[in-house]
Design a protein around this ligand. Structure first.
Ligand code: ATP
Ligand code: MG
Length: 386
């Protein structure tokens, strides 16, 4: 999209109006498609590439059409979540982690936020769906029951004017219409006990503000796991909590996941949490995946300079350092992204090849994939990026 900016970097009112008119046209068409009724099943069912996966993100593009231009929040993301495993997603603030997970739930802020292309294959009860094509009415039945989400700040996700128990009841009742009121309450109390709330009958009648942060997060977990979902998305589930409670909550999440045999997509800034909890890591930078692999591969042999930087900027116990490493520069503006490696200008290990186009995927092993010319000796993927 061409954009006229003045010296200060602002766009004129006229230009902004033109962009917003164009945006309305694009999003209007996409919205119409999403709200279609009685869509034939064949339009949104598909096949998994590998039946051992529960989710496959395949070249997902999610954009926000704003009045100052198009934000390519997720720009060609591909990775898998294997059944029963935990996949950690890391990256700096604003790199598209939350938008990736919100796309999977179809909760991207509409109408300006839209999945533009690519697919999100989800192996659910009703077969394999492509969530990028699934109509909203079908998606409503999947949210909460088959895929559920735990957010960063439980106070903003719980409704302050309703008792905690009622809120968990509501989730259970919504998806189990045959259950009586007493059965629903019984199940809620059971869930509160499972997440380690001792006085479950008392807590059932409390309001969110009467609970501590850790307790509120436990209630959120109870709510998210009440229907034994196949996939749990945890977006920074412990960032708002203190360190000791963090460990307890993560342990709880992990043990419950094992119990109900589900998978976790764990979004975090904390590499320590990934090392502890995850089986696979996906490193994101400016809307793209720059490196992915098993936790062992990525921690033992980090190969993208951004991953190396992230690992070096982490404090290590028993190691005296003068100053903790910090990656120079800042994340580029997501509007009008160039088509070269976005990390190039911050990279201390860049090569002459980096002056060229965005690097393709290089495969270091079956599971370890890196987008960086430093790995050009490895096998190049058949389908390069863009
Ligand atoms: N509703 C929106 N409208 C416009 N742009 C948005 C909107 N939501 C997110 N973005 C943009 O999308 C990009 C990715 O945001 P996202 O929330 O996914 O980042 P994140 O990786 O989750 O960061 P954090 O670690 O801070 O949570 C950012 O540049 C952000 O400004
Ligand atoms: Mg986020």
């Amino acid at each position: 999209m061409s954009k006229k900016t003045n010296a200060a970097g602002y766009i004129s009112a006229k230009e902004s109006r033109r962009i917003s008119k164009q945006n309305r046209k694009i999003t209007g068409e996409l919205e119409k498609r999403r709200e279609r009724k009685n869509v034939p099943l064949a339009d949104y069912t598909t096949q998994m590439r590998n039946p051992d996966n529960i989710v496959e993100f395949d070249d997902l593009h999610t954009y926000f059409f704003t009045d100052i231009g198009t934000v390519k929040a997720v720009d060609g993301v591909s990775f898998d979540i294997p059944r029963g495993k935990t996949v950690g997603v890391v990256g700096e603030s604003g790199c598209g982690k939350s938008v990736t997970s919100l796309s999977l739930m179809q909760l991207v802020q509409r109408p300006q936020g839209q999945i533009i292309s690519g697919s999100i294959r989800f192996s659910g009860d009703g077969g394999v769906l492509d969530i990028a094509q699934t109509p909203t009415e079908v998606m409503r039945k999947i949210r909460g029951r088959e895929i559920s989400m735990i957010f960063q700040e439980p106070m903003t996700s719980l409704n302050p004017v309703f008792r905690v128990g009622m809120q968990v009841d509501e989730v259970i009742a919504l998806h189990n219409r045959a259950m009586s009121k007493d059965q629903v309450k019984q199940r809620t109390i059971e869930m509160l006990e499972t997440v380690g709330i001792a006085n479950s009958n008392g807590v059932y009648r409390m309001y969110p503000h009467e609970l501590s942060g850790g307790m509120r997060q436990r209630v959120m977990i109870a709510m998210a796991l009440a229907l034994s979902p196949k996939l749990i998305i945890a977006d920074e589930p412990t960032t708002a909590l203190d360190v000791t409670i963090q460990a307890q909550i993560l342990e709880l999440l992990y043990s419950l996941k094992e119990k109900i045999n589900s998978s976790i997509m764990l979004i975090t800034h904390d590499l320590g949490v990934i090392a502890e909890m995850a089986d696979f890591v996906v490193v994101m930078y400016s809307g793209r995946v720059v490196e992915k692999g098993t936790v062992r591969e990525v921690f033992k042999n980090p190969s993208h300079p951004y991953t190396i930087g992230l690992l070096n900027s982490r404090p290590v116990v028993n190691q005296q350092v003068e100053r903790l490493y910090s990656i120079p520069g800042k994340v580029p503006n997501p509007i009008n992204m160039p088509n070269y490696c976005y990390f190039r200008d911050r990279c201390e290990l860049s090569l002459p090849a980096c002056a060229g186009l965005y690097p393709p995927e290089y495969r270091l092993s079956d599971t370890h994939v890196v987008n960086c010319y430093r790995c050009a000796h490895a096998v190049k993927e058949e389908t390069p990026h863009d």
